[in-house]
Design a protein around this ligand. Structure first.
Ligand code: FAD
Length: 307
């Protein structure tokens, strides 16, 4: 019931102002976001990579300003250089939202996003790590997969996210299940219409398993991005059925969610990667985390009422 209004609020400037000005928001955000600046992110990477892998997201999305897109690219270049210098690039990669690097900047947006993503991929290559393109709402899927194809010609290590709730995703999984292809499969975090997406939770779960089966049966590198114990158990069985070793697939969860389970999976010898966001543009990311779990919202509302 709360999911739709929260996801609408995630894109509202007015709601953003209210939430950002609420004093207690900060403490809530800290659960999901590693901090605002590069040193905060590096401290989180140092801590988490003791037993897990990480992917870092410099927060930002829906950029309507060329200078902001440029600043985001610079932030990724600085981040990747710092990971290299700290000797962490073998355990840390980056995740990039194309809308943060210019995808929506008018008729030139796709070209700008591609050029900017190339610069990030170049910086990743220089320190020996990888880049994964996050997937945003369904209006961007074709554009994002088109940019992925272009990027992979020069940087074959670039991967992408596919969202199981989209009706098109099984076909996209088939297209992207070849050798060398890295696909992060998630359920999907946006409010999508029935015409393009499954909206019932059980239908989404079934779609996730179908998509996962295609990726596990293929020759690529599946990245199982879910906190759902059932999906994780099924992924383990599908990996075993398809003769995959612990090295040719991985599990991924978000920073601050099911931390003990992350550690348990890593201790079992599984490749476990944590998605760590940082930066000042946390609003959209934070609202999607509230929308995913009503308990997060109730906790937030209670803290507002008892201020
Ligand atoms: P659910 O059925 O939603 O949750 C299963 C269980 O996980 C819940 O019962 C609860 O115990 C726990 N849980 C889930 N979410 C929360 C939460 N917010 N707070 C506390 N507990 C929670 N979505 C996109 O649309 N595009 C992307 O590019 C993208 N990238 C992602 C990258 C990673 C590494 C991960 C893990 C997720 C990503 N997502 C992305 C989000 C994803 O689509 C889901 O919205 C999110 O992961 C919740 O789905 P779930 O598979 O965990 O299952």
């Amino acid at each position: 019931m709360l999911r739709k209004p929260l996801l609408l609020a995630a894109r509202s400037r007015a709601c953003r102002t209210v939430v950002e000005r609420t004093p207690l928001t900060r403490a809530m955000v800290d659960r999901f976001v590693a901090g605002e600046a590069l040193p905060d992110a590096l401290a989180a990477v140092e801590e988490v990579t003791r037993d897990r892998l990480v992917t870092l997201d410099f927060l930002g999305e829906d950029t309507s300003d060329l200078a902001q897109a440029e600043a985001t690219v610079t932030a990724y270049e600085d981040l990747l250089a710092a990971l290299g210098e700290a000797g962490l690039a073998d355990r840390a990669e980056v995740s990039v939202k194309l809308s943060a690097v210019g995808q929506f900047l008018g008729s030139d947006g796709e070209r700008i996003a591609l050029d900017n993503a190339r610069r990030i991929a170049e910086a990743a290559k220089a320190v020996g790590t990888t880049v994964t393109l996050d997937m945003e709402d369904h209006t961007t899927t074709d554009s994002t997969l088109g940019i992925l194809r272009e990027l992979r010609q020069d940087f074959p290590f670039v991967g992408a996210v596919l969202q199981a709730y989209l009706r098109r995703t099984e076909a996209d999984c088939r297209d992207l299940s070849g050798a060398g292809s890295r696909v992060r499969l998630c359920k999907g975090a946006y409010d999508e219409p029935e015409s393009v997406a499954y909206r019932d939770k059980h239908e989404v779960d079934r779609a996730y398993v179908r998509a996962l089966r295609i990726l596990m049966e293929g020759d690529g590198y599946p990245m199982v991005a879910s906190h759902d114990p059932r999906m994780i158990a099924i992924a383990g069985r599908l990996a075993a059925d398809n003769g995959r070793s612990a090295d040719d697939h991985e599990y991924q969860m978000l920073y601050g969610i099911r931390d003990e389970e992350q550690k348990r999976l890593a201790a079992e010898g599984k490749r476990m990667r944590v998605y760590i966001p940082y930066g000042t543009e946390w609003y959209g990311y934070y609202m999607r985390r509230l929308a995913e779990r009503p308990a997060n919202m109730l906790f937030f509302a209670r803290s507002l009422l008892t201020r």
